[in-house]
Design a protein around this ligand. Structure first.
Ligand code: GLA
Length: 398
């Protein structure tokens, strides 16, 4: 097989602790290791910032930081992968630099703004999460940084509040107007379930996945996600334009969450064509999230498959955030017996697809992807069999 099969390898807390102790005059026993997961969204794309519903699962592709406390008001972090080192004063006194340290700085800024006590540390960071693949490596870095900065206080901070503070860091410090989903999943993840989140109220419940018989497979197009941030922010503006046009005739409408499909169609001529397409996607996608949760709970996987397929088409044709590579991976998966559901996941413009696959069909999918995608795309797809994971926590030893 030429397609790359990347197991979701576990990181090793003891090795990370030993590596930090070797570089710093600290005892291994004084080092704690924090971890935060990435996420895959099962369904509910571009609905979170429209106050709608999402169904993500935190996954066992994670970011870990070994943390040694210092008495300086400074977070000083080294990347285990390449030795890159960057530091930020606490609270940060400069604006963003355009690198990964901005996520640490942004969270330090946001925690400080909220009046939460942050303290200085030397950190060594390792991750199994691919960067810029749409699996929320940023959110994982934000949540792990939050726990590193908060130290002993971290477990006492409400997880949803922590997710909101990390979202604020990304919105106001890093400059991406993301919704709550990624940070929420990284904060609230559960080892065996997805999370059905109402982004308006912040209420959520777990939805168990049929993981005795099926696995989640994430396929990474490994294509560049150029202009993703500006295109993402533009989608938000287009949704806001749709809300403004509808609110002019229906004052009760404050977000697309308040809009039904009949209401939207009644006033369709008041919306610009682009805004109308975006709104149609969001309104239908909210409905699909609720139907998917119900179908998973009823064990109706054929329905889950249909809902994933409809979501993908809508993201491709109405929201216009898919890509030829994403469409190709979904098409290949759909043609593979034993793949029950497949769609693009995350913001789009490249990135990954999420697939629900019968356990015994995983090798056939790997083969189909390496046969058909690699030759066509000119590169191998990333192939990750992932499991739902717990939200941010101290890492277990050994
Ligand atoms: C990114 C954002 C999320 C969400 C998704 C699209 O992952 O960070 O808030 O909007 O895109 O569903």
């Amino acid at each position: 097989m030429t397609g790359q099969l990347i197991p979701a390898t576990a990181l090793d807390a003891d090795a990370l602790r030993a590596a930090l102790a070797a570089a710093e005059p600290v005892l291994e026993s004084g080092i704690e290791v924090v971890r935060a997961p990435g996420r895959v969204n099962l369904i509910g794309e571009h609905t979170d910032y429209n106050q709608g519903f999402v169904l993500p699962a935190a996954i066992n592709l994670e970011t870990w930081i070994a943390v040694a406390r210092t008495d300086r008001q400074r977070a000083d972090v080294t990347l285990a992968a390449d030795g890159q080192r960057a530091a930020v004063d606490l609270p940060p006194n400069e604006r963003r630099r355009g690198s990964w340290i901005d996520y640490v700085a942004g969270v330090a800024w946001s925690l400080n703004e909220a009046g939460l006590p942050v303290s200085g540390f030397r950190g060594l960071l390792a991750s199994t999460l691919p960067i810029s693949a749409g699996l929320s490596s940023s959110a994982a870095l934000e949540l792990a940084s939050a726990w590193a900065l908060l130290g002993d206080t971290a477990p006492t901070v409400d997880r949803t509040q922590l997710a909101r503070l990390a979202q604020r860091a990304e919105n106001e410090y890093v400059g991406v107007r993301c919704g709550l989903m990624d940070q929420f999943a990284s904060a609230q993840g559960r080892p065996d379930a997805a999370l059905l989140l109402d982004c308006r109220s912040g209420e959520f419940r777990t939805v168990r996945l049929p993981l005795d018989e099926f696995v989640l497979v994430v396929l990474d197009t490994r294509s560049a996600r150029r202009l993703a941030a500006s295109d993402y922010n533009r989608r938000r503006t287009e949704c806001e334009a749709a809300v403004a046009a509808l609110a002019a005739v229906e004052p009760s409408v404050r977000s697309l969450r308040d809009v039904s499909r009949p209401l939207l169609e009644r006033h369709a001529d008041r919306l610009e064509p682009v805004a109308l397409r975006r709104a149609r996607h969001v309104v239908d996608e909210n409905q699909r999230v609720l139907e998917t949760a119900a179908a998973l709970e009823a064990g109706d996987l054929a329905a889950v498959g249909r809902l994933f397929a409809a979501s993908h088409r809508s993201l491709r044709d109405l929201y216009e955030v898919s890509s030829p590579e994403l469409d190709a991976l979904v098409e290949i998966a759909a043609a593979t017996p034993g793949v029950v559901a497949s769609r693009m996941t995350g913001a789009g413009f490249g990135g990954c697809t999420v697939n629900l696959v019968r356990r015994d069909a995983v090798p056939a999918l790997a083969l189909a992807v390496s046969d058909r995608y690699s030759a066509w795309a000119g590169r191998d797809a990333g192939f990750h069999v992932v499991e739902p994971a717990a939200g941010v926590s101290r890492a277990p030893s050994g």
